[in-house]
Each structure stands twice: as C-alpha cells, then as structure tokens.
Ligand binder design. Structure first.
Ligand code: SF4
Length: 457
C-alpha cells in the first residue's frame, strides 16, 4: 500500500533516469534501449545522477579496469542512496551477469541486478521494486521480453543521425581470452524482418546511418529458418530502407567470406570501412587464442578486401602480452601491422579475466614487458595513421554530418565513408546531410576541411 502511494506521488512529477555505460557499443545499444523503454514509462534522461529517480549502470568486464571502475562508481553512489532512499539503482551488463546475487550482497544500496538477457524486464522489475520495496537479481537463460519497446505505438524517444541496431547477441567462438560466450551466451540472430522494422522506425525519426552490431556479424543468420546470412541482410537493408549509409561491427576474420567482400564493391550505401580484429601476428599465439586463422589467412582476406574495394578503410583490435608471447611472436605482430598499414588500431595489454580459459595458461608475460611492447606498437601505428591521414589532404570526401563539434566555433563534425572524423566550418542545418568536404589539414585522430561547394550532396 505504501509502495502504491509512493508510486502515485512519483507519477505526479517528472521522473528522471541517469544512465552510465561502460564498455562496448553493444552496451551502448542496450543503454539506448533502456532509455527508450523508460521514456515509454514517463522517464526523462538526465546527466545529473543527483537528480535521478533511477540510476542505470551498464557494466563491462571485458577489461579489468572497466570492472574496477564499476565498483568504484557503485561505492560513490551509496551517498546518493542515503540522501534519497527512493532512488533505484540498477546494475546490468556483464559484471551483473557474472556476479548476480553477490553484487546485491556486496552493495546493499543496489536494488536490481539485471543479467545480459534481461534488459526487456527492466520496467516490470522497477515497478515491482517500487511497489514492494524488493531487491532482486534477475538472470534469465533466454531473452524473455525481446525488443518490444522498439515497436511500441508511441515512439517518444529521439534518434540520432547515426544509430546502432543490434542484429545478433552472444558468440559461439570461445576465444580463450574472452568471456563473452559465458556472460552473453551462445549466438542468437534477430530475424531480418524485425531488424528491417526497427530501421524503418529510426529512419522516420531522423537516423541516416545505421551501425549494425554483433560480436561476430559475419556469422549472422545461423539458426534462422529463412536461410538468411549477413550479406543477404545487407542487401535487403540497402534495397528496402531510406538510410544513406550502413556500417557494421565486429567481424571475425575466419567468417569473412567472398559474398560479404563482394558487398563492398556492389552496395552503394555500405561504408567503405571494416573493423577486422586480428589480435596477434604470430600463428602460435593465434592458435593459443583459438582464433581459427593464421596471419597468412588474415593477410589474404585483407588483399581480397582491397582488391574488391581499393579505398576501403581497415581498423582492427590487437593485443600484446598474451600468455607465452615471446619477443619473436611480438615482432610477428609488428610485421603484420607494417604489412597491412591499418587506418586505425585499438591496442590492449592482455589481462586475465574470470572464466576465460587463458587465465590458467602458463608463461605469463611480465607487466613491464607488456607495457614496453604496447608503447612500441602504438608508436608504430601512430606514425602509420598520421601518414595515411596526411594523404587525405587535398582530397574531397563525402561526409555525413553528425553534430556540431564539441569544440564549438561554428565547427561541424562528421565521418567519411572510411570512418575518418572530419571537422569543418558549417551550420547546424547540415546535420543529417551528406556534404562534400575538401580536406585541408590532417591530425592524429581527425581531419579538418572546408565545404567543397557549400551545398549538401
Ligand atoms: S569472437 Fe572471440 S573475442 Fe569476439 S566475442 Fe566471440 S569469443 Fe569473444
């Protein structure tokens, strides 16, 4: 009864949700879903946790630091809960999935722990938590509530120019350093019609470019009845939607086939960019990682991509200090970087993760060796990236304008098809349009240019 009164009182004023996201783009998409779901329940988003009625923390445990940051944030939130006992604190994502009830025990001010397959249950659990003042950890084995918030008749949420759309969840690959198959479960592809329906909704609300998300989008379609695969999905999105651009991430080299490579040559809306993690350049280390390709296989895929689409931008993830990595193995990684000449590279030091098989591997690499290798690798890549950016100077590139630049000063920001960030002087009316920009200056992480003829493409 008391809970119902509180709920009535809360409903008479605006309710606010503060969302804090750690980790990957999949988490960002889930956080977006949460904001959409809670918008249907009358919540507005706020950047100020102190004014929030609900604090939603989406966690990641892929990297050790991210997990520590979650614990430290939760520690700081205790003060807000003490001030406002009606505040609901929700923890979701990989850390929530791994720790479950233990998270409730360790942080008594946390109200709801949501597993990675439980996002859709949040509105129901929040209502129950308010009515019954109950704390709960909900970790279902399967997605129970699906993506129904996307198809609610009253789409009150906003859509950005570039919007993520998850096409699959989980992973079947069991790379030895990774916990995704344990915390996100086995691979599940969303039906193509449902994906298309979501894209139709968000394009009507202003989205021009979609970022298709999955841990391994190349194997999309496994288990679907209609014989769909990723290349076919891309062709349907190209033909049946009003988008101007399509991107996707992440690809696994072993599943990148010729049918998909061909899409880069044929599909007009598909951005000329691929993120293709290689992780290591040594075949011995790749085998220990359970990656199912060799350095030569990887280089062959890169050659096929460049043959189909000569100006394709290629980025990747790489790791240093995997257990057993010798100096010779590390040199093989540097050699692969020199050969491919990536446009950008996301590089990490290996660290043991709970559940990951590699945690039990012998021959751990000392931290100081990992640090030295990472510095050397990053210096090599920084020089390549800058040189490749400088080659853009003088070219005119089509840029999808995403927003005003954070720096202000009448600067707009967007990306080229190859995924380079471009800043240029322009007006906010250009947001959402494709414009030709002549590149004038190159930096390490971005380009600066000017409108080539002042009009949208
Ligand atoms: S492909 Fe490997 S690294 Fe990527 S999510 Fe699956 S198991 Fe993890």
């Amino acid at each position: 009864m008391e809970g119902l009164c509180v709920e009535r009182e809360q409903r008479s004023r605006t309710l606010y949700v503060y969302v804090h996201t750690f980790g990957c783009q999949m988490n960002e998409y889930d956080s977006l879903r949460v904001e959409r779901m809670l918008a249907q329940e009358g919540y507005e988003s706020t950047d100020d946790p102190a004014s929030a009625d609900v604090i939603f923390i989406n966690t990641c445990s892929v990297r050790e630091k991210a997990e520590q940051k979650v614990f430290s944030l939760l520690g700081r939130l205790r003060r807000l809960k003490n001030k406002n006992p009606r505040l609901k604190i929700v923890v979701a994502g990989c850390v929530a999935q791994q720790l479950g009830d233990a998270l409730l025990a360790r942080f008594p001010h946390v109200d709801i722990v949501l597993g990675t397959r439980a996002i859709g249950a949040l509105p129901r659990l929040l209502r129950r938590s308010t009515e019954e003042d109950a704390r709960t950890a909900h970790l279902p084995e399967h997605d129970e509530e699906g993506w129904k918030e996307l198809f609610h008749q009253d789409h009150r949420w906003e859509c950005p120019v570039v919007a993520p759309v998850t096409i699959m969840q989980g992973c079947d690959n069991f790379c030895t350093y990774c916990i995704v198959p344990y915390v996100r479960g086995r691979e599940r592809s969303r039906p193509a019609d449902e994906i298309l329906r979501e894209i139709h909704i968000i394009t009507r609300k202003g989205t021009r470019e979609v970022l298709l998300l999955g841990q391994n989008v190349n194997s999309y379609g496994k288990g679907l009845a209609d014989g769909m695969n990723f290349a076919r999905l891309l062709r349907r999105i190209e033909e049946e939607t009003d988008l101007v651009r399509i991107r996707f991430t992440t690809s696994h080299p072993k599943d990148l086939d010729d049918e998909l490579i061909e899409c880069f040559a044929r599909l007009k809306k598909l951005c000329r960019h691929i993120h293709l993690p290689f992780q290591a350049g040594s075949d011995r280390i790749l085998a220990r990682m359970n990656r199912h390709y060799t350095a030569a296989d990887y280089l062959d895929k890169v050659a096929r991509l460049r043959s189909a689409c000569p100006d394709i931008g290629i980025s990747a993830d790489v790791m240093v200090g995997f257990p057993g990595e010798t100096e010779e193995d590390f040199q093989a990684t540097l050699e692969l970087i020199r050969t491919v000449r990536f446009d950008t590279l996301f590089s990490f030091r290996y660290s043991d993760r709970p559940f990951a098989k590699s945690g039990a591997f012998p021959d751990k690499v000392p931290e100081e060796v990992k640090a030295r290798r990472l510095t050397e690798l990053q210096a090599l890549q920084a020089a390549i990236t800058l040189e490749k950016n400088r080659r853009e100077v003088g070219r005119t590139r089509e840029v999808l304008v995403e927003s005003e630049s954070k720096a202000g000063n009448g600067q707009m920001t967007g990306r080229t098809s190859q995924n380079r960030i471009v800043n240029f002087a322009g007006s906010p009316e250009l947001v959402g349009t494709l414009v030709p920009v002549r590149i004038r200056e190159a930096y390490s992480h971005s380009l600066r240019g000017e409108l080539a003829d002042g009009s949208a493409c």
